[in-house]
Design a protein around this ligand. Structure first.
Ligand code: GRF
Length: 224
């Protein structure tokens, strides 16, 4: 099986990178991580990549154009087919985004289009929403915008603080991101008129992870 070649861009902790690494460790998983680029040399996530002998590069993002100019040849050299932003804390150069259109995805800790930008969980608490979650979407030049591939939902409890809510959301991020990458790698995701359509995926299993009766259960199998 040819596995989809994935490059992951990080800036910090790297727990989503870790979730993707774990998924890729399964031989049956249809993607592999062939490059990790960090915008910060001290990012803890770099150690996760190094432990698995995944090639890493450090490129600072003081300048958008300079980052793109440095990253592009590395992605090309490693024959990266999909770029995953995983806690990459910068707005990318618009030409770079254009070059990777529908081949670059991001995970954001809110149910987009609500609460774009920084401190999404804090924004959710301030708004008093009853449900929060995360979104995996294709990247567009505008921050936290783009066709939505999948969302996962968690409840918000009255005594939640930012830390507790963030941890609850992170738990489903680690399930949703590998699922979204798997669907892309299997060719089951296409963008039509700037919205995602699924090919051969059973609805509603694959579109959202909900706190309903299947919450916490293993993902239902995909149907062709
Ligand atoms: C996650 O909450 C992700 O949704 C957001 O930044 C955080 C990164 O966490 N974009 P980690 O570095 O993957 O642990």
């Amino acid at each position: 099986m040819e596995r989809l070649r994935v490059g992951v861009l990080i800036s910090g902790r790297g727990s989503n990178l870790g979730a993707l690494i774990t998924a890729c460790a399964n031989e049956a998983y249809p993607a592999e991580i062939v490059l990790v680029i960090s915008s910060r040399a001290e990012a803890p996530g770099l150690a996760l990549a190094a432990a698995k002998e995944i090639p890493v590069a450090i490129i600072s993002h003081n300048d958008r154009r300079a980052f793109a100019t440095a990253a592009e040849p590395l992605l090309c050299e490693r024959r990266v087919e999909l770029v995953c932003l995983a806690g990459f804390m910068h707005v990318l150069d618009a030409n770079f985004v254009e070059a990777w259109l529908d081949r670059m995805v991001n995970i954001h800790p809110s149910l987009l289009p609500s609460f774009r930008g920084l401190h999404a969980q804090r924004q959710a608490l301030a708004a008093g929403v009853r449900f929060a979650g995360c979104t995996v979407h294709f990247v567009r030049p505008e921050l936290d915008c783009g066709p939505i591939i999948g969302q996962a939902v968690v409840p918000v409890y009255p005594d939640d603080d930012e830390e507790r809510l963030s941890a609850r959301i992170l738990g489903v991020e680690h399930r949703l991101y590998p699922l979204a990458v798997r669907l892309i790698a299997e060719g089951r995701v296409r963008v039509v008129a700037d919205r995602v359509e699924f090919v051969g995926v059973r609805v509603p299993d694959m579109i959202a992870l909900n706190p309903g009766e299947s919450f916490g259960e293993p993902l239902a199998s995909l149907e062709g």
